[in-house]
Design a protein. Structure first.
Lengths: 212, 10
């Protein structure tokens, strides 16, 4: 554990709390892509099956349980509790385009051709692109509630902080994980446009609006 | 050898 990873994990935690807070405070899941949230739930379930057979640490155990439970809770909030506030007609990104390539890439580029390793690899690839439906929705509506942008920023910062974490681990432990690093670079890259608007406008008190 | 150390990450 190093400072970059700890801060990254805390940003990830924060993003989930912000999202739940947004839904409960506005009593609405407007502006949130159900598809992206469903993909995250799938990411956590496929990655954390190792909870069943591989003990790492209490920190690791608790965090994994939290991420799985909270992602399912968010799906519940969107699908049942605040269902009328969710508009599927603007959440139209085809997730087949993300699931298919992630699955086939995980069959080809993995560390070991075993069920659990392929599930882990699939979850890494899928996570890197799972934000697409959300960003697509943002692009379509052209604006977002400020609290939603805080959620997205925390989520982006989480993976961005994993990059210095990997550099640090390479230097101190000689550890290199090409799959995680490649996917992490892609994932962080997807946020660059968003970060630009967030840091130049939202943090200066302006509304998140994309140029027409 | 798989870099399994990374599997300790979230």
């Amino acid at each position: 554990m190093n400072i970059f990873r700890l801060l990254g994990d805390l940003a990830h935690l924060a993003s989930i709390f912000v999202l739940i807070h947004k839904i409960q405070k506005t009593r609405s899941c407007r502006g949130i892509s159900f598809k992206t949230q469903a993909l995250y739930a799938l990411v956590f379930v496929t990655r954390y099956v190792d909870l069943l057979y591989h003990w790492i640490s209490l920190y690791n155990f608790v965090m994994k349980l939290f991420f799985m439970a909270s992602s399912c809770y968010i799906l519940y909030l969107m699908k049942f509790r605040y269902r009328p506030t969710h508009d599927p007609s603007i959440d139209t990104f085809k997730i087949e385009y993300l699931l298919g390539p992630s699955f086939f890439l995980s069959l080809i580029f993995n560390y070991e051709f075993s069920l659990t390793e392929i599930m882990w690899t699939f979850s890494i690839y899928l996570e890197s692109v799972a934000i697409f439906p959300q960003l697509f929705m943002l692009q379509r509506t052209g604006e977002a509630e400020t609290i939603t942008t805080h959620y997205l920023a925390a989520l982006g910062i989480y993976r961005a902080l994993y990059l210095p974490n990997w550099i640090y681990r390479y230097i101190t432990q000689d550890m290199v994980d090409p799959i995680a690093i490649t996917a992490g670079l892609v994932q962080t890259g997807l946020y660059l446009d968003f970060f630009y608007v967030y840091f130049t406008k939202v943090l200066h008190g302006q509304k998140f609006e994309l140029p027409a | 050898e798989a870099p399994r150390e990374s599997h300790d990450e979230l």
